[in-house]
Ligand binder design. Sequence first.
Ligand code: SF4
Length: 366
Amino acid sequence: MKATFPHLLHLDIALGVLYPNLGVEIIIPPPITQKTIEIGVELAPQNACFPLKVTLANFVEGIELGADTIFMAGGVGPCRFGYYGPIQKIILEDLGYDVNFVLLDHPRYGVRPFIKALQTMAGGRVLSSRVIKVASLAWKVLRLSEDLERERRALRAQVKDPQKLDEIIEGALERLRTVDNEKTFQSIKEETMKGLENLERKETEDLIKVGIVGEIYIAQETKVNFNVEKTLGDLGAYVHNSVSTVEYVLHTLPFTRSREKLEAWKLAKPYLKRFVGGEGIDTVGSAIRYAQEGFDGVVHLYPFTCMPEVVAKSILTSVSKDYDLPILHLAIDEHSGEAGLVTRVEAFVDVLERRKKLKKRKLEVS
Ligand code: SF4
């Protein structure tokens, strides 16, 4: 078995630690490029969700490199995530690819298929101390990769040399790819955190704070969202992203829950009482949380035509008014262009800075 899977930020690093240590050969699809997007757009139905198109192209590129098995997460309504796996499987079959498509659905939709898919994904192994040890190491790698990105977003506008910041983070991510034991993992973690602490800081006063909310794929995958968080950081903003694969997994597994998600859902309740699919509720709740924490603005990232995020978008109009919180909505698909997006982000940051100065002046006068 040679398995491939979709990209989602640094998921490939964690899976690259997990599978070789389980004895499963994997083929990491090439990084997402314009060519990847073109493949997905050509093969998927025109009105399919943008993430379906890009992940389908990841599979094709992985298969072209020799993969014979696909690992994919399943999902259910009320939005279209539940259709991803079955549609992608049919498209690949129609193209003549002879692959084993392994779909991991939530156990609530069938414990047996869940266990069977999990076993296939673990190379046919049952739960053993070896599997638990390796899975726990891969989980730590995933968490650390997200923590490093959190540091990068927070620090970019505060350090004198953002290039050095990128070098430290990229270096650590590269080293994490080859981790096979706890000791190496800890030393990478400690050295990287020390390197980040030692970075020279600028004199920064009153940085504007921007939170990111939205759909899990577009809000995280910097290769498709034109790295909005880097643009924001380069423009002088402290950035925080509320969307996390770790929290998603915690909330999806049968015996764990994401505290962050539960809090966001609670905050969203006065505006949205029902699950609308995807990250719709999280988007509303996280925007409220940013407002309560004193953030100056929110960037809402989502795939064009994403139903849960369109629902969230209409509710965010009220949230924006009630909390006096500027929100920039960025819908992304294959037709989006970097130049237009950067211009909108620049204008947004400009507005936030002016508002902040005005507020400060008013406070000084009163
Ligand atoms: S959350 Fe949005 S983009 Fe994702 S499957 Fe649902 S409708 Fe499509």
